[in-house]
Design a protein. Sequence first.
Length: 344
Amino acid sequence: MPAAFTSTTTSRRQFLALLGISAAAVSCGTATAGGPGSGKQVTTLKYQGAVGAVTLPELAADLGFLGGVGLEWVGNTISGPQDIQSAATGQTHFGSAFNGAVIKLASTKAPIKAVISSYGSDQHSYGGYYVLEDSPIRSARDLIGKKVGMNTLGAHYQALLDIYLSRGGLSKADAGKVEPLVVPPVNTEQSLRQKQIEVGVLTGVLRDKALAVGGIRPLFTDVELLGPFSAGTYIMTERFIKQNPDTVRAFVTGVGKAIDWSRSTPREEVIARMTEIVKKRGRNEDTATLQYWHSYGVAEAGGRISDKEFQLWLDWLGERGEIKPGQLKAADLYTNEFNGNGKG
């Protein structure tokens, strides 16, 4: 098996270990200065970015939507779980991840709260599960004994695969015969075409380029399966929120405005703005992939969060035995208190 692939058991352990931090670790972070009695609140938020991309907070800052709140880039994240772990331990002030990963972190008693949606799937931006054009795979049952390549295990794309298999009528025993494998996104198309895997998850520019070449077709997409939905959120620690409410309100409301701006502004104008942002920050990044941007995929106006965006993954993780039944309630995982957008 190629080195790019990682076994299900190993990757799952690594994923859980990444999230397995204690509440004590959260309380010892260094990015939580200010608060009641200190006479000031934090006004510059430390964060991690993404190579060649513009995050919603970066867009909000450039548009002037964050008011007096500034951003301090401390590096680029390697994954959603790593990003929210950094926020939970005080290395940064906020982080974004798949809502299932947020739930896993909260289940360790880490005192965190989701404050606004960060990404999702819609008709423009979605994750697809692709097979070769001449593949005999046409249904969930055809996946028994087959390999499905995705960016990480125990997260968004494995959850969607499990839901697809369940809705396709597969028993847990049969679903267990479908083998999800970790394949770096940049290698997924090649692995699929070389038949090292039978199904590959493709998104964004990698999906568009693969479709342009031809020879592949979608088995299903996440937006076909669930409809438009917000899949991830920005989280902060409860301590930081309590100590810096005005800053949190400015940040959340500003990011929400950026979400709505990106949705209502012509795509070409959004891409031009993003290209300008990447060039200005001087990190020696290629802006070519920005031409493939379509949307952030956030479903709700202003990025407001609802119970359903967590309940689906609470149920999934409960069925997998990764959280205890009733351990967490959707409404306790997030707050819209600081979001001045999209009310009603």
